[in-house]
Design a protein around this ligand. Structure first.
Ligand SMILES: Cc1ncc(COP(=O)(O)O)c(C=O)c1O
Length: 456
């Protein structure tokens, strides 16, 4: 008898009961609320302690209570905030989603906390199968799980370098973000993330698409060609985000990407889409499907919304045994919850031009546009993005004011973050469960906070 195939009706019932209890608590969260006085003194002590332990304070005074509802999260100080950053894009179905809670509980009952590549469990198998099944239209035939986007990217780079050996260089974009390991910090185009680190000179850059520059497509292509000419046979991979994330939430059309891919293909350079941020968020499972270049991709990395990370690759890039491994593939809870999120997104009408993601996008952009043209005219502009990734430029991108705005929004109950450099933009990672009314609440807090910062 295989016990792991069926946890039994009694256990299923208990899980439903626990989930119903969580929902009861979560349902008491009805909207943004300031901190409660009695929670405050303990909370401030906790903040000081965690700041001392980490060696630097938290970015903002946020410690979660562990309860939320949809886009709302309750903090340890009793406040409720509208969370439009979601752990930098992890809680795709918002907070305390019943399907995620139930899948997590099921995962927690299994025999081990972490699963690895030597002794995987059922959740590892299911997650791998589902990820590949979602990669429709692509040539991606294999998947290797890991625990974070950085590690998925490291595996991708090793696959590209091994297959295209001895080529070692990587072409990437200006303003790219790729993760926090030594090599991914090198691929990342942000000097403040690598202060004091040695430079390895293994990354060549081309500019990303700029919708304000009519010459943009040509500039990127010429830069790519120049790198290839100068480094013949020594470029292993072209690593790019289909939509610049940290770099400013800029997307690009298909006819920007295709000539770049053609050059890569001609020169034996792996086409590697870093979809760590875009996966499940664009209105299709993968941005390569949304933009339309699925069949070009040799390697693709995902993480965040999947709750674990993965490198997907074609048969040509399947590495030799020994190149990739690692103790952890993911916790059983993360694999189980990630699988439930994949099911929910792929089965319940989130994708496609009429899907829930696109509807949320249209509503969010339209309400932001209303603010740009109305109450915040001259103070807010350029709402843009793709799917659940939306950004807008306050105060012409003035870094000091935008940073101040993020903190003011926090105080007023709206969690957002920044992206880009010049201009510095305000970014939203919107959960796929937000309603029109909740978007209106967010936009109203944004409008009031902009005027608050503007007054000084
Ligand atoms: C495009 C991209 N690549 C890689 C990473 C790194 O992922 P992780 O933080 O899970 O290591 C991120 C994280 O923000 C990302 O946005």
């Amino acid at each position: 008898m295989l016990f792991n195939m069926n946890i039994g009706d009694t256990t299923e019932n208990l899980i439903h009961q626990i989930s119903a209890q969580v929902k009861k608590q979560a349902d008491q969260i009805v909207g943004v609320r300031p901190p409660t006085a009695e929670a405050n003194s303990d909370f401030n002590k906790q903040l000081e302690e965690i700041g001392a332990i980490r060696g630097r304070p938290l970015y903002w005074p946020f410690i979660s209570s562990g309860v939320g509802r949809g886009p709302y999260v309750q903090c340890q100080d009793g406040s409720v905030k509208l969370d439009l950053i979601n752990g930098i894009g992890v809680h795709l179905l918002g907070h305390s989603h019943p399907k995620v809670i139930e899948a997590s509980l099921k995962g927690a009952l299994k025999d081990c906390v972490n699963q690895g590549h030597l002794q995987p469990g059922q959740e590892y198998v299911e997650m791998s199968e589902k990820l590949l099944a979602l990669a429709k239209g692509s040539r991606l035939k294999h998947v290797w799980l890991s625990t974070c986007g950085t590690m998925a990217n490291e595996n991708a780079l090793k696959m590209a370098r091994q297959k295209n050996s001895p080529a070692r260089l990587v072409i990437s974009m200006e303003n790219e973000f790729a993760g926090r390991s030594t090599m991914m910090a090198e691929v990342t185009d942000n000097p403040s993330y690598k202060q004091g680190l040695p430079e390895y000179h293994e990354v060549l850059r081309i500019p990303f698409y700029d919708k304000f520059d009519p010459q943009s497509k040509d500039k990127s292509l010429q830069a790519l060609k120049a790198h290839i000419d100068k480094n013949k046979g020594n470029i292993s991979a072209f690593c790019f985000e289909p939509m610049l994330g940290e770099g400013g939430y800029r997307s690009a059309p298909l006819d920007y990407f295709l000539p770049l891919f053609e050059e890569c293909r001609k020169n034996n350079i792996a086409i590697w889409a870093d979809e760590v941020q875009t996966f499940l968020r664009t209105g299709e499972a993968f941005a390569f499907q949304k933009i339309g270049f699925a069949d070009w991709v040799d390697i693709c990395t995902v993480a965040k919304t999947a709750q674990v990370a993965a490198t997907l690759y074609t048969s040509d890039y399947n590495p030799k045994p020994g190149l990739i491994a690692g103790t952890f593939a993911g916790t059983t809870v993360a694999l189980s919850a990630g699988s439930a999120i994949l099911d929910e997104m792929s089965k319940n009408n989130y994708f496609g031009p009429e899907g829930k993601v696109q509807k949320i996008h249209n509503e969010f952009i339209s309400q932001l546009r209303g603010l740009c043209e109305g109450n915040c005219k001259g103070l807010l502009e350029d709402p843009d993005g793709m799917g659940l990734m939306v950004a807008v430029t306050p105060f012409s991108g003035d870094a000091e004011k935008v940073n101040k705005l993020v903190k003011t929004l926090f105080k007023n109950g709206l969690l957002t973050y920044t992206c880009g450099k010049k201009p510095l933009r305000l970014r939203f990672l919107v959960p796929a469960v937000i309603t029109k009314e909740e978007i209106a609440e967010a936009v109203s807090i944004l409008g009031a906070s902009i005027h608050e910062v503007n007054k000084g």
